[in-house]
Design a protein around this ligand. Structure first.
Ligand code: ADP
Ligand code: MG
Length: 454
């Protein structure tokens, strides 16, 4: 097998295991020849070899065989490195390339690769994300730290990762003197575990404590992972003490992350916590228009009928990733069949996505989620008990049923153990009233709504 074949195998792997896994685990592999049916690879550390062998060996082997290499087995050996000097000062670390400025730098790259498309230019701003966007812009200026950390949270596909990459791009351009480190919480954990195994925990600490801007994506991942949390907490504190900027993202507010230590929650809440709200129609349309503009250049022969983008913005409300996927498919399909992109074509080609987005919230789901949230039994929620700890969640469920489903009050009454429609109306009003004064309740409603609509 030649290096070129390995190149092809890598491309296939990229398709099957995804960009993140590829960048973390396959990219660093060095192909070292094949003989007697054994394909040999050099890996940076033994932990790395074990991990790849456990998780990806089968797929690598399959691809190697597809390319006719005749490999039956894979072996990983640790690449001999020159003995490391004691990593004493931060400046030395930089010189050695341990802390690269750019993701593409050689050496033990610690920053995860950035997606070149995720810039501020390509980020469409609307009501649901304007605060998050403004806060991200501020951090990206690289001026004095005004809030620490910046905590961005919101549901899947609402642009958290996009904003974080945009900050990193911008900072690298404006302030090339700053060391900007972006990685997912998962990668933080892998690196930590790896450092433990390799007995390089001091290097690990040095490395993380010497960055100027630390961005950790999807921090909910480390919830329940005790030693990683502990290390994260220390890193976090050390950086805050040095007045270094930290940016964190998660799929929910700090207080809502289960199994996250209290002290971490409270530190995360110390800075600016901003929420990316679910998209609204205008934002979705804006994003579609921007994307369509790019596609028009790419597929200049295609025409897009009026009303198609509006139709999609109206119908696909789940998240931006799905929305983008729909448009991509639509353009690809239209160019294959050489037809104009019309409403009918969109309906045909996107039938599955449209059907999935059609999913309506049911009263049963609302009852189940509310019962779960307030820790009461479903049977009690529907039953006759009048104690406040049950009656209040019941009214909340009534309120959500009225808001989120097209059911009438009598219909809702029937699903709540045959109650009268006036009882439902009373419940709905009560919650409306309370939500206007009680922040906690308003937040609960917001959260439940999001859970139900996602
Ligand atoms: P999250 O990290 O919140 O799950 P991502 O940042 O990965 O979501 O966003 C999912 C996709 O949607 C990405 O391709 C991203 O570029 C796109 N996207 C999300 N919000 C916007 C926006 N406001 N403008 C343009 N693209 C967006
Ligand atoms: Mg993300």
């Amino acid at each position: 097998m030649t290096d070129e074949t390995w190149g092809n195998v890598r491309e296939e792997l990229l398709k099957t295991i995804g960009k993140n896994n590829f960048a973390t685990w396959i990219e660093p592999l060095k192909f070292d020849g094949i003989d007697d049916g054994v394909a040999r690879f050099l890996v940076p550390t033994s932990f790395f070899g074990t991990w790849v062998s456990r998780n990806f060996a089968d797929r690598i082997l399959t691809q190697l065989n597809r390319s006719g290499s005749g490999a039956q087995r894979i072996e990983f050996s640790v690449q001999q490195k020159a003995v490391r000097p004691v990593p004493a000062k931060t400046a030395d670390l930089t010189k050695k390339g341990v802390i690269p400025q750019r993701a593409s730098d050689e050496g033990e790259t610690i920053s995860a690769p950035l997606d070149g498309r995720f810039t501020f230019d390509s980020f469409v701003v609307g009501k649901p994300n304007e605060l998050a966007h403004a806060a991200a812009r501020r951090v990206a200026e690289g001026g004095p730290v005004s809030f620490n950390p910046l905590f961005l949270y919101g549901g899947v596909g609402l642009g958290k990762t996009h904003l974080m990459h945009a900050i990193a791009h911008e900072l690298r351009q404006r302030r090339p003197d700053l060391r900007v480190l972006y990685l997912s919480a998962e990668q933080f954990m892998y690196r930590f575990v790896q450092a433990l195994r390799e007995r390089q925990i001091m290097d690990f600490k040095e490395m993380f404590r010497s960055v100027d801007v630390l961005m950790v994506d999807d921090v909910q991942f480390i919830a329940g992972k005790d030693s990683t949390q502990e290390e994260f907490f220390h890193t976090f504190n050390a950086l805050v003490d040095q007045n270094k900027q930290i940016v964190i993202s998660a799929d929910r507010a700090p207080g809502e992350i289960k199994d996250l230590e209290e002290r971490i929650k409270s530190r995360l809440q110390c800075g600016l916590v901003v929420d990316l709200h679910p998209t609204d129609y205008e934002l979705r349309l804006g994003i579609l228009q921007q994307k369509a503009e790019q596609y028009r250049q790419q597929y200049s022969a295609l025409t897009l009928a009026d009303g198609v983008l509006e139709f999609l913005a109206h119908r696909i409300t789940t998240n931006v990733r799905v929305l983008e996927g729909a448009l991509t498919r639509l353009f690809a399909f239209a160019s294959l069949v050489g037809r104009e992109i019309t409403l009918e074509l969109a309906q045909d080609c996107l039938a599955d996505i449209l059907r999935a987005s059609d999913r309506k919230v049911t009263i049963e789901e609302i009852q189940r989620k509310v019962a779960e949230h307030y820790n009461v039994r479903l049977s009690d929620l529907i039953g006759p008990k009048r104690v406040r700890t049950i009656a209040r969640p019941r009214q909340i469920a009534m309120y959500l049923a009225k808001q989120l489903t097209p059911r009438s009050l009598p219909e809702i009454g029937r699903r709540f153990g045959g109650r009268d429609h006036t009882t439902i109306m009373h419940g709905v009003r009560k919650i409306e009233e309370l939500a206007a004064q009680d922040n906690q309740l308003a937040e609960d409603l917001h959260l439940l709504r999001r859970l139900l609509e996602s």
